[in-house]
Design a protein around this ligand. Structure first.
Ligand code: KG4
Ligand code: ZN
Length: 341
């Protein structure tokens, strides 16, 4: 089945074509340069930029797939969670296309999409597995029993891990998005140079707000002046504190639930230190690790199309009065049914 996926939940306008779980095209227009001056995503700017980009992005995705729109048999679009104004651009476009082409439309959960990205890699996980969804808005650990069957095992009580990266970069004036900059700078630093807190050691939940405060205290103490080498040590140590708890709690969850496979996904899964540490620690515990390629970790429409294709093949579709939702926790399909519409 040829499915067009559309994603616009935050600051990436994306479209992709999938067919039987294979990726035919994957186009992403990033708005990074439009938001970098503000150190974070400005929702109003994001919506406007999505409107400007979406037609060209879809046209490019069709061209890259070597298809024309009339070959598309279904549209999958991110319905939530995300910025409501941004979501509405993708959703309205998806509805117009579904209506114009007389093909089914399905609204997809962005978090579930991130998990599904692991199914687009050559080596695919098998159910059940434990999944860490770690992005700018979420830090959640799930037991994934089957398609649409999730059990939340742990989540952040305050900031998401991606937010912890972004806020630190803002505080240190390093640029945006913080995760990417810190990842690069940390390679030159010593991860053991400074001692940042690892919060909630004995809980399955996460907390990153104390980490941010402790960085602020350190910056104040040092008068805000660092040599380049010191700065590399600071960000390497800060990153290590985030990576430590993500690896530790995720793998503990897998062991505690007697699951042999672990999926790590979402924007922060693009972090090179996180990938390295997960690989070593999973091997030590005899767990099989699945992390999508970098381009499928950060926001993309391939993951939305892939999940949408499965949903459409299972007879799921939505009517054209489908609405976007800014909050949409992953809950089992029986409970989700009440929330749809
Ligand atoms: O999944 P994503 O693209 O958007 C959301 O759904 O939030 O994730 C974006 C987050 C941002 O916080 C960004 O700083 C972080 O992912 N990120 C990274 C890296 N690349 C992106 N964090 C750490 N290391 C990276 N290499
Ligand atoms: Zn995302």
């Amino acid at each position: 089945m040829f499915v067009l996926g559309i994603e616009s939940s935050c600051d990436e306008t994306a479209a992709a074509v999938v067919n039987n779980g294979n990726l035919l095209s994957n186009v992403i227009a990033s708005q990074i340069k439009d938001h970098s001056a503000y150190g974070g995503v400005v929702p109003e700017i994001a919506s406007r930029k999505h409107i400007e980009a979406i037609s060209a992005v879809i046209t490019q995705a069709m061209a890259d797939a070597g298809l024309i729109l009339s070959s598309i048999e279904g549209i999958a679009v991110t319905r939530g969670p995300g910025l409501i104004g941004s979501l509405l651009v993708g959703l309205s476009t998806a509805k117009a296309l579904a209506y114009g082409l007389s093909i089914p439309l399905v609204g997809v959960n962005h978090l579930e999409g991130h998990i599904m990205a692991s199914f687009l890699a050559e080596k695919k996980p098998g159910f059940p597995f434990v999944a860490l969804v770690v992005s700018g808005g979420h830090t959640n650990v799930y037991l994934v029993k089957n398609y649409h069957e999730f059990q939340l095992l742990g989540q952040t009580r305050d900031d998401a891990a991606g937010e912890a990266f972004d806020k630190a970069a803002k505080l240190l004036n390093l640029g945006y998005p913080g995760g990417v900059v810190i990842d690069r700078m940390a390679k030159k630093g010593n991860p053991g140079a400074f001692d940042f807190p690892r919060a909630m050691k004995d809980s399955p939940d996460f907390s990153f707000s104390g980490l941010k405060t402790s960085l602020l205290t350190m910056v104040k103490k040092l008068g805000g002046h660092f040599t380049e080498a010191e700065l590399a040590d600071v960000v390497a140590s800060y990153q290590e504190a985030i990576v430590d708890v993500l690896v530790d709690k995720t793998l503990k969850a897998a062991v505690n639930h007697h699951v042999a496979q672990v999926v790590v996904c979402g924007g922060v899964a693009a972090n090179s230190r996180l990938r390295e540490r997960f690989a070593t620690a999973a091997a030590e515990k005899n767990l099989e690790l699945f992390i999508p390629p970098m381009i499928l970790c950060t926001d993309n429409a391939a993951m939305i199309g892939a999940l949408g294709e499965i949903m459409l093949k299972n007879g799921r579709s939505d009517s054209l009065d489908l609405n976007a939702v800014s909050r949409w926790p992953l809950v089992p399909i029986s409970a989700a049914g009440e929330k749809r519409g």
